[in-house]
Ligand binder design. Structure first.
Ligand code: C6P
Length: 419
């Protein structure tokens, strides 16, 4: 049995009051199979604080209405709240202009938008797109489809045994035909934090543009798109305490301006006749149809919540918790971490002897612990490490050392069951 020492039970010194944070999340306070819930599947989706739930509830109870269309009071209120969320996002990622903030369904839709709009209109046969071996399928498949459509070529940056990008190989891949680099900020399967600023600088030196997949980043680290100088940045609200079905594509205004619409219909037009249609200005050119109004307003509340806690405090707390969890799980006999990058955050992917990840997931579930088991929509990562799957514990601001200890005890139980 792995030993839980006194030092491992005490709460770390931090500016974040974790108990107060936990009290904001109603869902956490329940039992699963008679055991207190330990929610460690935050990379799949985070739980929602009451501030977000109440904001969405308030919208539906008091001012549910379509936006940008009605002249009536409710529509004006909804439009104001929706556009206020855009300003919150702009500040959150430090974009220069509101027109650079496009509301989409999530990271997946943001990447597809760029691939279809920018990619189809700008790339031609022989052009090169660079991604990495640690990408989520959302940042692989749209580029593969684009390559089929345009004759462009997909190149892949390899990763080392720790799950870090091989930057020397990246340098080699960059060349006069490189048009676009699309890279994950934080890997969902490994937890690696990539050196995005350096990646952007290197790409720009070759006149290539860069999209950053920030799906796993926004709840854990401060984002400054101007400092990163990335051309596009995408994220999903639901991984950062906001509602599902909503997210953001940030793009530099001059790029977005030059791009054709992705979807067409209401709200993205200025004028329509049967002869000709004039498209709306940014950001509306890319927001066809009635959007997820409640979701966007809820995302604004999630951003307020994160900003209230302070991303520096969040990052410091999670860094400490990850360090604690990393050494704790390594005491479990037969456990091997997959993803040991020097610079990583909040994700522990692992295998345990020859026990299948799904069996681990099921046993942990019966102990009240929610983890994800499988390939995490990153099959090339599994191939790289010659494994079919991992179990993944992913942490958020409301997780505690006590929960890590519960995880360790449950992993010991897995070993005993399969001994
Ligand atoms: N990863 C996970 O459990 P959407 O589905 O659009 O909100 O996010 C897609 C996505 C894109 N990039 C990265 C790095 C991601 O982690 C994800 C979603 C979840 O790891 C669900 S597969």
């Amino acid at each position: 049995m792995s030993e839980i020492t006194a030092e491992r039970v005490s709460t770390p010194a931090t500016k974040l009051d974790v108990e107060a944070v936990r009290s904001d999340f109603p869902l956490l306070h329940q039992e699963v199979y008679g055991k207190p819930l330990v929610y460690l599947d935050n990379a799949a989706t985070t739980q929602k604080p009451r501030q977000v739930i109440e904001t969405v509830d308030d919208y539906y109870r008091h001012y549910n209405s379509n936006i940008h269309r009605g002249v009536h009071n409710l529509s004006e209120k909804a439009t104001a709240a929706y556009e206020e969320a855009r300003e919150k996002v702009r500040r959150f990622i430090n974009a220069t202009d509101l027109k650079e903030i496009i509301f989409v369904r999530g990271a997946t839709e943001g990447i597809n938008l760029v691939a279809h709009s920018y990619g189809v209109s700008s790339l031609k046969t022989g052009d090169e797109i660079i991604i990495s071996e640690m990408e989520h399928h959302s940042n692989i498949v749209p580029w593969q489809i684009l390559c089929e459509q345009t004759g462009a070529i997909l190149k892949v940056i390899p990763i080392n045994d720790a799950g870090e990008l091989d930057m020397a190989a990246y340098e080699q891949l960059l060349g006069p035909r490189t048009r676009l680099v699309s890279i994950v900020h934080i890997s969902n399967a490994l937890g690696t934090i990539n050196p995005v600023k350096q990646i952007v600088e290197m790409a720009h030196a070759h006149n290539a543009i860069v999209l950053v997949d920030g799906a796993q980043a926004t709840a854990h680290t401060a984002i400054d798109v101007q400092a990163l100088d990335c051309d596009f940045y995408v994220f999903s609200a639901h991984k950062a305490f906001g509602p599902t079905g909503t997210g953001v594509l940030y793009g530099k205004a001059e790029l977005l301006d030059a791009m054709p619409p992705y979807q067409s219909g209401g709200d993205m037009i200025k004028m329509v006749t049967f002869k000709k249609t004039l498209f709306n200005e940014l950001p509306y050119k890319f927001e066809a149809g009635t959007p997820h109004i409640a979701g966007v307003i809820g995302m604004g509340a999630a951003i307020d919540y994160i900003s209230g806690l302070g991303l520096d405090n969040i990052a410091a707390y999670e860094h400490e918790l990850l360090g604690y969890a990393t050494s704790a799980v390594q005491e479990v006999k037969g456990l091997r971490l997959v993803g040991t990058a020097h610079h990583k955050t909040s994700i522990l992917s692992f295998i345990l002897g020859s026990i299948h990840a799904h069996d681990i997931g099921t046993i942990l579930d019966h102990e009240g612990i929610a983890v994800r088991a499988g390939h995490h929509c990153a099959m090339p990562v599994m191939e790289r490490f010659s494994i079919p799957a991992t179990a993944r514990a992913s942490f958020a601001i409301y997780n505690t050392r006590e929960e890590v200890n519960t995880l360790v005890r449950a992993l010991d139980k897995c070993r005993e069951i399969f001994a």
